[in-house]
Design a binder for this molecule. Structure first.
Ligand code: ZN
Length: 499
């Protein structure tokens, strides 16, 4: 089949074709969320299904399998080695799954989604239980077919956090939980009241102007990206030169849209900073956890910092003189950092959020490993909510039925949110040390130092390293819970008068 160079060239040609199909898929999904009229749904679903089939055929075609086998045995170096290894990983997984299983899973996820919407509306876990049992059973079949080392959960975890191993991650997350529970209890017991600063209407027009100002100050390039409105905020990219973000505006939910924009811009900056590899895998993000570290760092460590509001309160007050009359930096800083025990994950603050995630991670791991039956799930959920966050759901709709993830087969996903927070805290600490006066830069409205640091250390690395390697390369140590705990305690203990 010719020499190595010719083989690699043909391999790259085929991989770029797959990237072009992905490009079309990403744009169709974006359009579905942002522009598509409701009646377009049926034909869009068909088009998406066809493209998914084409993608699978390309990925598992005999020519590409032969090329990957040959190149996989060659002594490749640098980016060519990264590209071959990555395609090989994904191809191996695609080849390992029988088509009948893939079809059954796709159909079950779609039906299960419908059943979940209904069950949640009626607060009826029993109606959803058989669907979740089926999803868990099929996911275990997927894991067995794909293969794994150690826990069966690793086969599912790997889809979202490549190379992560639950034997390493679970003890780190358990340590975090043991340290977070008393912090949350201390905050709740402090008895500090809530601030109603944001419980008033803020006009949407100025909200949008301010949001776009922060977004461009952060360094998002609007010649290489867009911000639109969609029901669910997200970031999707087809290349570093075309990154699509969405948010939603509501006069009564000013904080939600502002921090939504900052969060998605954090994702978008990562996408714009990835190496432009013309669709080759080396130019893609490392993992969902690393992606989330970028959004959480900007949203929480920057956007919810005192120094951020030192600069931006006067700017925001220009847009909303009436609502912010007499408000000082200390007050707005406290108002954007309120902690409450709440039932709903997506409304949770940055302290309790991780406990919402950890209980989901523990429960899904137990279901996949066979240690928890689906019928016992609501009880286990409610018990953990009470012991971790100090609040017990009055019904399953506000408890175990609240998230879309399990109904649509996203098992192994939740932990990436908390990994993102852990990575963010560890990286932010190192950025502060390297940059010297990061707080001072932010207080003066200069966000370019942090972006430059992230470009050099994280974004331009592309997929050349795993998440574990990246964190070690940058900080010189493995993932360490201390950084997130020091950050949270350093911020929230003074806010709540705890010692
Ligand atoms: Zn995110």
């Amino acid at each position: 089949m010719g020499n190595l160079t010719t083989q690699y060239e043909r391999f790259a040609e085929l991989v770029k074709e797959m990237a072009d199909v992905s490009h079309a898929q990403a744009l169709l999904s974006w359009d579905q969320e942002v522009c598509m009229p409701p009646q377009g749904a049926a034909s869009r679903a068909r088009a998406m299904g066809t493209l998914a089939g084409i993608q699978h055929d390309h990925q598992t075609a005999a020519e590409l399998v032969d090329l990957v086998t040959a190149l996989g045995q060659a002594d490749l170096q640098g980016d060519t080695a990264v590209n071959v290894r990555q395609v090989q990983r994904e191809q191996k997984r695609a080849l390992s799954l029988p088509k009948s299983l893939v079809v059954e899973l796709t159909q079950t996820e779609s039906l299960s989604h419908e059943a979940w919407v209904e069950a949640r509306r009626n607060d009826d876990f029993a109606a959803f239980q058989p669907w979740l049992e089926k999803i868990v059973e099929l996911k275990c079949q997927v894991a067995e077919a794909a293969g794994y080392t150690g826990s069966i959960y690793n086969a599912l975890f790997d889809e979202y956090e490549p190379h992560a191993c639950v034997e390493d991650v679970a003890p780190v997350l358990a340590d975090l939980r043991q340290r977070l529970v008393p912090l949350v209890a201390g905050i709740v017991d402090s008895g500090r009241g809530t601030d109603d600063l944001f419980d008033q209407p803020f006009d949407i027009g100025p909200q949008e102007t301010f949001g776009r100002r922060v977004m461009t100050d952060m360094g998002f390039d609007l010649e290489a990206g867009r911000l639109d409105v969609a029901v669910h905020p997200f970031c999707s990219g087809t290349s570093p030169k075309d990154v699509r973000l969405t948010t939603r505006y509501s006069a009564g939910l000013m904080q939600t849209s502002l921090f939504g924009i900052i969060h998605e811009t954090g994702h978008g900056l990562y996408e714009q900073g990835l190496p432009d590899a013309e669709g080759m895998p080396v130019g893609s993000a490392i993992s969902l956890g690393i992606h989330e570290s970028q959004s959480r760092m900007w949203e929480n460590m920057v956007g919810r910092s005192h120094e951020f509001w030192q600069h931006y309160l006067p700017v925001l007050a220009d847009h909303f003189p009436q609502q912010l009359a007499g408000v000082d930096v200390d007050r707005i800083y406290a108002a954007v950092n309120q902690v409450e025990s709440s039932l709903i994950r997506v409304e949770a603050d940055e302290v309790t959020y991780n406990l919402h995630i950890l209980l989901r991670f523990e429960l899904e791991k137990a279901m996949i490993e066979g240690d928890l039956r689906v019928k016992d799930l609501p009880g286990a959920w409610n018990e953990r909510m009470e012991s971790y966050i100090g609040i017990r759901p009055g019904n399953d709709a506000d408890g175990v039925l609240q998230d879309i993830h399990w109904p649509v087969g996203l098992i192994g996903y939740f932990a990436t949110y908390t990994l993102g927070n852990l990575y963010a805290a560890q990286l932010y600490r190192k950025a502060s040390v390297d940059l010297g006066d990061l707080s001072g830069q932010i207080a003066s409205g200069d966000l370019s130092g942090l972006l430059g640091w992230l470009r050099t250390n994280v974004h331009t690395v592309g997929k050349r390293r795993t998440a574990t390697e990246l964190v070690h390369d940058i900080t010189g140590e493995p993932l360490n819970v201390d950084y997130l705990m020091q950050y949270l305690e350093g911020k929230f203990k003074p806010l709540y008068g705890l010692s």
